[in-house]
Structures are given as structure tokens and as C-alpha cells.
Unconditional design. Structure first.
Lengths: 324, 299
């Protein structure tokens, strides 16, 4: 292990004789001065090309009308945006996206909070229990979509069978808008509740225990302690999960796609077609309307920002109120 | 059960401890049977769909709809019929996914540790501003740029090739940020100073001191990146063709033919696509859980 030569080192090859002190000093100076930029360069170079540029380029693409057959594109100004805003299917997809997002995220984060609270105790088989809670998050998304597609199959599905067993008429899982929303939300929540619970648990464990002890001496119930100590103290973490869920939830694609047997249509009458699916349908199937899709992408991005901001403000205010 | 627990639970001064045997933690912090019951229900709900899909994968095609589901004996037969499906090219997809996930993971680890080290331990102009830039990149949804990215890939003639799903994901803002946070707390400035006085170049400091010290964080970021890349769906679906599928794409092809074909075979596919992830999870579950919980404390 005495060899100190590293083949990948960006430093110039060592001279045959030991360099004089002056040269050595100069090299070290260059190294100190420029190495930092060299080290962050790979990230910024690749991100600029494949991350930043495409986003800016989306604006450009959205201003053109692409004709794939003729291989031409024509400047269209804001016509794509106008067309999108007048498109009933766009608004249908928006309604579905926001609806499924709310139906899935609200119960998901509440359940995750409860679950984290349960996990935040001394218990046997701690790691095994946590692994059991996290396992849905480890499965392949496409596989989950297929599996739940069959659990919520229209005939002979497991969900229908269970409902019939308790004497309830099962809904048409794909033709009914709200039944399909529920099924998709169920699969999203199945996958992400445990993950969020572990994030909350990490934050909860940083809360000093004596806070709870003095509270219970004062006679505060477990429930009150949870809402008045735990929740306000992990507020930054809750905000973090809400922002992450908003970014992910409004881009929902794979789950509803697989639920609809891989069709971007999202049901016969687009009952569960999300914006991401509609963008895909317009852009990458049939007519290849890149400009139209790019305009929708921007509107979706705007929507994500607005939602993230509104959530941020709402949570900040409401939790502050509770803390008093 | 007098075994001492290894976790450092602070022993509190509960006033009513009385003559009862002291246990780690107090009554306040111990899980009650009801807690266990609730958690067990949660775990059953978590595991059931996976177990159920394996059960379906083991059944005869005609028995798929039988209720309640009990395991059959056709697993190997279903798997081999699934692998024989040439449209889905499942084994090829599996191999592609391994290549893509491995290359992306190695690259993300390399670029993230390099930049994370620079941001945590080196001084240079614009450091704070650039770091803020990286945090902001974490907020931008990748889906936004997907159409131009696709047009770029067509221009580069990368559409339908593996580099199209590798190169754009070779760097990750989250990774840089995570490594920066870890390096800032795990490596002392004195150590780096001492190495410099001994004549270490910046690269040698990185290679011989920083990388070994970052090993736990590298493990976690590596696991998370590998699993995330393995699960990537939308972008491979957009840019690849059925001739070069990843495993998720193969699954999509399998499921698209579902009307003409049976669920037992399809579920053999989902089982096989999930198996590598489950294996990683069984081996490294503790680290993954630790990573998820740590990340939250820092954010």
C-alpha cells in the first residue's frame, strides 16, 4: 500500500527529480486555487446540458407548431397556450390530477404521521418492523401498477371480491371516475406512506424526551402531546414531505398508466387521465405535437409551483396556530 | 427479558418508578400491545400485495381468479413462459437495467463526492451561490424538460440507445447536497490541513482521506440511486424502443398484451422485476432505513 500514484489524478505527471521548492509551491498554489472548480465542474457541466438547457428549451418548443410529416416547424407564438387553455381534455386531466393528488396525499401524510408516532417507542424487532413498513416503497413501480390493476380488476378482482363478501356492490373500477381515483390513490399511498412515516420518525427522534415528560406530568394526554408537541416540532419535516409529495403527485404518470393497462388514455372517457399522461399522449403518440406538449408542461410546472407555495403557506399558518 | 437494549434510550426520572424493575425507557415510551397490533396490521397490508402477486405467479393460468388465493405449483413454468415472450425480451431488459443502474450509480457517487467535498471543505469564490443553485435544481421536476430532452436525443441519435437513459442522469443535485452535508460534519478541517502540510495534493486528500470518510454516506446514496434508476419508468418509456427495453419497459410490454395472454405469466414478470430490489432490501434494509431517517433530520 505504499504506492501513492493514482492513474486518474488530474495533476501533471511527476517530474523525474523532486521539484524544487519554488515549483512545488507554485503547483500547490494552482491546485488550491483551481481544483475546487474542477471538482464541481462535472456536476454543473452535465446539469447545464441535460437539466437546465431542456427546461429553457421547453419555452422555445412551446412557441412552435411542429409538423412531423413535413418535418417542419412553424412559429406559432402563444397559439399553443391558447389552444391548451381552450382544450376540454386538458381541463379534464387537470381536474383528475389535482383530485387524485388531494385524495392520495392528504390521507397519506396523515397516516404517515400516525404510523411514525406508533413507531416512535421502544419495541422489539425494531428493524424488522421498520422494514415491513418500508417494503412497498422498494417494489418496482410498473409491477405495483400491474398488481393493483389486478386487485382492482373490473370482474373477479380481489377488491370486488372483498366488497361482495361484506355485501357491498363493487363499483366499475375503471369506468367510474371516483372509483378509479380511489384505486390509484390507494396504490400511491400503499407505496409512499411507510416512506414518509420513516422520514417523520427520524425527525421525531430528535425531539427531546423531557418535553413529553413535563407535559405528561401536567396531565396532557398522549393525543394532545402528539398534536401540541410532536407535530409543531417536526413542522419543517412536514413541510418538506408536502413539497416533495406535491412535486411528485402532480406529475403522477406510471401508476394510472399501468392501472389503465398501459394506455395513456386513462379510461374510456379519460376518467383517470392525468396531465402527465395527456402530455405523453399528445407528444409521443399519434400526432407528436411537441409544441402543444411543451406548453402543457409549462402550465403543469406553474401549477406545481403554485400548489407548493399554497401548501407551504397553509401549513406554516395552521401549525403555528396549533403551537400557541 | 433482562437483555439490555443497545439503543441509548435516555433513562428518565419518572417519579412513579416505585419498586418496579427499571427497564430501558419508561412506560411512556414503550410500545403497548395495541401499538404492536396496529403495526402488525400495517405490515400485513404492506406485504400482502407482494405476496399475493407471487401467489398468482405460482398458479395455473386457469386458476388465477380463484378466491381466496392459495399458492399453486406452476411458478417455474410461468417464469419460463414469460421469459419465452420475445416481444417483452425480459432477460435483455433485466440485463439493461443492471447496466444502466450500475453506471448511473457509479457516476452519481463519483460526481457527488467530488462536488460535495469541494463545497464542504474547499474555499473558492461563488461557493455559497453555486450551492444554493444546486439546492434549487432539486426542486425542478425532471418531467418539465422531457420533450426538449427527447428532441436532443433524436438530434444526437441516442434515441433508443442505453446512453439516452444513462447520460442525463449521471449527476444529481440531491447527491451533491447529501455528500456536502455529510462531509461537513464527518471530516475535520484539521485532518485535511495536516495532510496538506504533508504535501498532499487536493486530489490525494479527496482520494485518500475524504472518500474513505464518506463511505457510509456513499453506501446510502448508492443504494437509493440504484433503486431509483431501476424504477425509472417515464423517461425510458419515452426514449427507448421495444428493441432495447429496461426491465420496467419489458413489464409494460408484457402487460399491454394482457388481453391475449394470462395473468400468471404477467405476474411471473412482476415477481422477477421486484426480486432484485427485494434482495437489495433484505441485505441493506437497515442502512436504507437509516438513510431515509437521517436525511429528514438534516433537511
Amino acid at each position: 500500500m505504499t504506492s501513492l500514484v493514482d492513474p486518474a489524478a488530474p495533476a501533471p505527471p511527476a517530474p523525474r527529480r523532486a521539484p524544487g521548492p519554488a515549483r512545488r509551491y507554485r503547483l500547490a498554489g494552482l491546485d488550491m486555487r483551481y481544483s475546487p472548480y474542477l471538482y464541481i465542474a462535472p456536476f454543473f457541466a452535465l446539469f447545464a446540458i441535460f437539466g437546465f438547457f431542456p427546461i429553457v428549451y421547453t419555452v422555445y418548443v412551446s412557441l412552435f407548431d411542429y409538423d412531423l410529416l413535413a418535418g417542419t416547424k412553424e412559429f406559432a407564438g402563444l397559439a399553443n397556450y391558447q389552444a391548451v387553455l381552450a382544450d376540454a381534455q386538458f381541463w379534464n386531466a387537470t381536474y383528475n390530477t389535482v383530485g387524485m393528488f388531494l385524495v392520495s396525499t392528504v390521507p397519506q401524510l396523515l397516516m404517515a404521521l400516525m404510523l411514525a408516532n406508533l413507531l416512535n417507542r421502544t419495541m422489539r424487532a425494531r428493524t424488522a418492523i421498520r422494514m415491513g413498513i418500508l417494503i412497498p416503497n422498494i417494489t418496482s413501480v410498473a409491477a405495483v401498477g400491474i398488481i393493483f390493476g389486478m386487485i382492482f380488476a373490473d370482474r373477479y378482482g380481489l377488491a370486488s371480491w372483498l366488497l361482495e363478501a361484506v355485501g357491498v356492490d363493487p363499483p366499475a373500477w375503471r369506468d367510474s371516475r371516483y372509483a378509479s381515483w380511489f384505486a390509484v390513490a390507494f396504490m400511491v399511498d400503499w407505496r409512499w406512506t411507510g416512506y414518509n412515516a420513516l422520514i417523520y420518525l427520524g425527525a421525531m427522534q430528535a425531539i427531546p424526551k423531557d418535553l413529553y415528560e413535563s407535559a405528561s406530568l401536567d396531565g396532557a394526554s398522549r393525543w394532545r402531546q402528539f398534536w401540541q408537541i410532536t407535530v409543531p416540532l417536526i413542522r419543517p419535516t412536514i413541510l418538506f414531505t408536502i413539497i416533495i409529495s406535491t412535486i411528485g403527485g402532480l406529475q403522477l404518470f406510471t401508476e394510472p398508466l399501468m392501472y389503465g393497462y398501459g394506455q395513456p388514455r386513462g379510461g374510456v372517457n379519460n376518467e383517470f387521465q392525468t396531465l402527465a399522461m395527456y402530455i405523453y399522449e399528445q407528444t409521443f403518440t399519434g400526432s407528436f405535437r411537441y409544441g402543444y406538449g411543451a406548453a402543457m408542461s409549462w402550465l403543469l410546472f406553474l401549477m406545481i409551483i403554485v400548489f407548493a407555495l399554497v401548501n407551504f403557506l397553509m401549513v406554516r399558518r395552521s401549525v403555528k396556530g396549533d403551537a400557541k | 427479558m433482562t437483555t439490555l437494549q443497545t439503543t441509548p434510550v435516555p433513562v428518565s426520572a419518572a417519579p412513579a418508578a416505585g419498586r418496579r424493575r427499571r427497564r430501558p425507557g419508561t412506560g411512556l415510551w414503550e410500545a403497548s400491545p395495541l401499538t404492536y397490533l396496529a403495526l402488525i396490521i400495517g405490515i400485513v397490508l404492506s406485504i400482502f400485495p407482494i405476496v399475493w402477486s407471487f401467489i398468482i405467479a405460482s398458479k395455473d393460468s386457469s386458476a388465477v381468479y380463484e378466491m381466496p388465493p392459495v399458492p399453486g405449483s406452476q411458478l417455474l413454468d410461468n417464469v419460463s413462459r414469460m421469459l419465452a415472450n420475445e416481444d417483452a425480451a425480459f432477460l435483455y431488459g433485466l440485463a439493461n437495467s443492471f447496466v444502466v443502474s450500475a453506471v448511473v450509480t457509479i457516476s452519481v457517487l463519483f460526481t457527488s463526492t467530488l462536488a460535495g467535498f469541494a463545497f464542504a471543505k474547499l474555499r473558492f469564490r461563488g461557493r455559497e451561490g453555486l450551492l444554493l443553485g444546486i439546492v434549487l435544481t432539486m426542486m425542478v421536476p425532471t418531467q418539465l424538460g422531457i420533450i426538449p430532452l427527447y428532441l436532443m436525443m433524436v438530434q444526437l441519435q441516442w434515441a433508443g440507445t442505453l446512453q439516452a437513459v444513462i447520460v442525463p442522469f449521471m449527476v444529481q443535485g440531491f447527491g451533491v447536497f447529501m455528500m456536502r452535508q455529510y462531509a461537513a460534519s464527518a471530516i475535520s478541517d484539521e485532518l485535511i490541513e495536516a495532510a496538506r502540510i504533508d504535501g498532499c495534493s487536493t486530489w490525494r486528500v479527496y482520494w485518500n482521506i475524504v472518500l474513505p470518510a464518506l463511505r457510509p454516506a456513499i453506501g446510502i446514496l448508492g443504494l437509493l440511486t440504484f433503486m431509483q434508476t431501476w424504477n425509472e419508468f417515464l423517461w425510458p418509456f419515452v426514449v427507448l424502443t421495444p428493441n432495447t427495453p429496461t426491465v420496467q419497459y419489458s413489464l409494460k410490454i408484457l402487460s399491454a398484451g394482457v388481453y391475449s395472454q394470462d395473468y400468471a405469466v404477467l405476474f411471473a414478470g412482476t415477481a422477477l422485476a421486484t426480486l432484485p430490489l427485494l434482495l437489495v432490501f433484505v441485505l441493506f434494509g437497515r442502512q436504507i432505513i437509516g438513510g431515509i431517517m437521517e436525511g429528514a433530520v438534516k433537511s
